[in-house]
Write a protein that binds this ligand. Structure first.
Ligand code: AMP
Ligand code: MG
Length: 345
């Protein structure tokens, strides 16, 4: 179905499944979600089991009306109202102190709860039909790239979910920005489409912190968003990011791919429209154009999945800016590469 042509019968069936404790994979504007009733502890346990997700990695609760926030949180700070006015419905998750209504099975044992009001209309209809509170992590097996098309939900979760709603390729392609409002200062825990600059425009210049484990992981510092500590988004082969002057990056990647190919390995390259024609490997894919990094976010996870479909064993990716949406792209890419970066100068 599409956002302009919602299959009401399908939505009704999804709602019934959710209300009786079942699981439904569904499109949002960020990535596909694996939904279950957030207020039913048994549903949340099923989500963890279906994903193979560690039980200390909390779920995001999805709502479809701002006022539905009040019953599940302890208190709505003024910053939350400002941010909701600016970015909801949309790709932003806010962390609050939870109310008793939200079971610990949903929050991974935490006293805080992550809440998002997505903008995708299929998601709205399904959340509403399912009772208004849908816990939904990304609809992939734990550790795999998040699905941005329905076929990858099916690949990971077939037989583990009761229904998959196909809504085509998602619009944004990286998960929501997460901002924690339970500390003295609002803190970004995960970068996404809503950038630091956008948050500061609403809350005031210099009034937003960033959890620095986001871009420069340090094994001694534990990220505040529990999920950020896990290896994530990884294709099966060996991915490295190559950083440096454009010409050097291109010749290095081509040389490495030629050598790997000669050694019998299947090679893959993630590049951009600007460089696509200059590379040689078994599988070369442009994620989009550097003049609009939103296009790169949209296709990033798709290409990481395609590396696996093509049985690539050794892969190289160009590097991206760490500002704006680039920060979200690099955060995902670094995890996918197990932090392997080759610097050329
Ligand atoms: P996913 O649903 O796969 O996008 O993952 C949800 C992300 O939200 C994980 O990285 C969690 O660690 C983070 N998250 C959810 N709830 C909380 C919370 N209460 N405090 C901090 N981070 C959270
Ligand atoms: Mg995920």
């Amino acid at each position: 179905m599409t956002e302009d042509n919602i299959d009401q019968g399908g939505i009704r069936r999804a709602g019934e499944i959710l209300k009786r404790g079942g699981l439904v994979a569904f499109p949002t504007e960020t990535v596909y979600g694996l939904g279950g009733d957030a207020l039913n502890p048994e549903s949340s346990k099923k989500i963890y089991a279906a994903k193979g997700r560690p039980s200390d990695n909390p779920l995001i609760v999805h709502i479809c009306r701002f006022e539905d926030l009040y019953p599940i949180v302890d208190h709505v700070p003024p910053e939350a109202k400002k941010l909701a006015d600016a970015f909801w419905p949309g790709p932003m998750t806010m962390i609050f102190n939870k109310s008793d209504k939200v079971p610990y099975e949903t929050t991974g044992g935490l006293d805080t709860v992550a809440v998002r009001f997505p903008s995708n209309k299929i998601a709205h209809a399904m959340i509403d039909a399912g009772g208004g509170y849908i816990a939904a992590p990304s609809a992939n097996r734990s550790g795999r790239p998040s699905p941005t098309v329905a076929r990858y939900c099916k690949e990971d979760l077939d037989g583990r979910v009761d229904m998959i709603i196909d809504g085509g390729q998602v619009a944004i392609g990286v998960e929501s920005s997460i901002i924690d409002l339970t500390e003295d200062r609002p803190t970004i825990l995960r970068p996404g489409y809503i950038t630091e600059e956008m948050f500061e425009k609403v809350l005031g210049d210099g009034d937003v912190d960033i959890d620095h484990t986001i871009i420069a992981p340090d094994s001694k510092v534990v990220p505040k968003a529990p999920g950020m500590k896990y290896r994530h988004y990884a294709p099966r082969g060996d991915l490295s990011i190559v950083e440096g002057p454009k010409e050097k990056v291109i010749s290095y990647i081509n040389e490495q791919c030629a050598a790997q190919h000669a050694a019998g390995k299947k090679t893959g390259i993630l590049c951009t429209d600007e460089t696509r024609a200059l590379y040689h490997a078994d599988f070369v894919k442009s994620a989009g154009t550097r003049s609009d990094e939103d296009t790169i976010a949209r296709d990033l996870f798709l290409i990481l999945r395609e590396f696996d479909d093509e049985n690539c064993e050794v892969m190289y990716s160009e590097s991206f800016s760490d500002t704006g949406i680039g920060m979200a792209i690099m955060n995902r890419l670094m995890k996918a590469a197990g932090q392997k970066v080759i610097h050329l100068d």
